[in-house]
Design a protein around this ligand. Sequence first.
Ligand code: ADP
Ligand code: MG
Length: 700
Amino acid sequence: MNEETRKATEFGADVFGAEAIQKYLSKDAAKKLLSTIQGATPLDPTIAGEVAHGMKTWALDRGATHYTHWFLPLTGSTAEKHDAFLEIKDGEPILSFSGKNLIVGEPDASSFPSGGIRSTFEARGYTAWDPTSPAFIKRHANGATLCIPTAFCAYTGEALDQKTPLLRSMQTLSAAAKRLMKCFGKGDERVTITLGPEQEYFLVDKKFYAERPDLVMTGRTLFGAPSPKHQQLEDHYFGSIRARILNFMEEVEKELWKLGIPAKTRHNEVAPAQFELAPMFEELNLSCDHNMLVMEVLRQVADKNGLVCLLHEKPFAGVNGSGKHNNWSVAYGNTNLLNPGNDPHQNAIFLTTLCAVIEAVDNHADLLRAAVAAAGNDHRLGANEAPPAVISIYLGDQLADVVAQLEKGAPKSSKHAGSMKIGVDTLPPLPKDATDRNRTSPFAFTGNKFEFRAPGSSVSCALPNTILNTVVAEAMNRIAGELEKAGVVGKVEPGKHTAAFHNALQKILQDIVKTHKRVLFNGDGYTADWLAEAAKRGLPNATTTPEALKAFTKKENIAVFEKAGVFTAREMASRHEIAIEDYETKVAIEGNTALEIARTMILPAVRAEYLEVVKAYNETDASDLKIAIGALQGEVTDLGKGLVDLQAAINGLAEAVANKDAAETLAKMGVLRSVADALEKIVSNDRWPLPKYREMLFLY
Ligand code: ADP
Ligand code: MG
């Protein structure tokens, strides 16, 4: 990086990356470590001591006093336990950090969810250094901490975190891609799985947040009537960014750049008070870690600016929710396998990769749906502006046409008749910037990558990509197996396939399209027509989390992950159990919060309003001036009825909560909300105890 760039951005200043490694380690150790980071060689344990020392010196130079193994437990967030570098040796304080401290940690695992993997008497868990994600420094007002990205496993070696299976799935996909590329006569190259996660979020002023127990407890509003203006004028999307928000964004970017996170794009999103941050894509594992830091930095910087960053998938009813668009691709050497090329060879590889994804997504739509299942996302998926819970693939008109021709196996046109078969030999040049973008598809091809739009804004990218990698690897392996069986591989030179290879590949791809075309859908995914059509095609449509999560318990699905070496049956069962428990706990918290707000804030306000009007009615009735008596009677009736309905809705919810029935709790919360929201529209503004949508969404 040149001086000018560094000065302007401080990019990577708090990362123990190539520059720091070369400065703080011997030439030999630096070379070995960099090779490990690039995935070329496993870590040489003999350099651990020197690396630890160099890392410590670098961290001390940058003001750190503590270190921590930083990991991604199954809570869905990040975990850290700080230790000071300080030690007392022979009565003297010294600063120490050993190779062992770097490579393994032993945090007490008993308070992290394990879904039954680790019984509480065997509380030991291990964190193991992941050198492919560089160490970094996290700062607070009074100091700084060296953070070492790690994987987190139980004593038995089973994964207690999100990173371990992700790394395993990357290995699996990498091996599958290599096997497939070998069929195309390619030499051994490095496989890079890439991810660019676009992060959506809301900002609200802290003063409103503090007055909304629902936001504080659950991250979303459980009450709130729609404001007269919300997003119907579509005047917020890409609108000019308010100065306060721009200042916030700039501070966020500075922090992220220091951490080596390439935050690139910032803009207003569709809903009022909604925004997006998009980084440049990076290697999957690193990108997942970085996204966790992005969410943390967004929250912290918001707090410093008198704002609160809401990462919940649906903080406000009636306006858009927030997602995390998962832009994913695979590269072999320097070639993006999802890049349609200009030469026939690259096109054949592109179409094969495309078909592998189509097969994978159709075979395992239920798993991809399960990967994004969470209490918050249930309110977003299928709610008018977000992709539905049906997983389908959007290819765009041009590519859909190519795929349709591939199915027929017919020559593209009379001009090319005879020699060329669509797809394997040739592909019409595709514009890199697909113009016909479809925002309504959960899984869209966007020029040179797939964009999985279903993941929610608050979750880690790890699980969706672990699943995506595994199922695509399965399809690639199957295709490679077919080619190997046909005995057509191994003899090919790049660009010089034999006719036998052509025919075999043509047939495989044709079969894939025939078998899996039901998952392709180019139309509007938001419509009821599509849901009906999807049902006819037999595509799964799991609308709730418990329903979606069943995919993790199916025998055939467990077998896919076991075979791929990504999850053991026990690891999958544990994930299922944790996800269900997380769901039920979150719904119970919401139910209790809604009850508390209704009983202690809304009901008293409505009662006071009612009494005031009753008093006015009585006084009017007793006086000689009775002009408004009819109006007052009407108000008494409306408020009285509201009060009765409110009480009944509270009782209904209380029963559902007491029965620990999640579905019933959600249904009864809906009833209570509609009664309360109607009352919000008639009770005096002064008396309404909660900040309103028109305040939270517009006054920031
Ligand atoms: P939008 O989808 O909103 O139009 P962009 O086209 O700018 O946004 O890209 C969205 C994201 O896709 C960015 O994070 C970008 O870095 C990422 N991206 C681009 N190419 C790839 C790729 N080959 N692999 C993974 N992500 C990619
Ligand atoms: Mg996008």
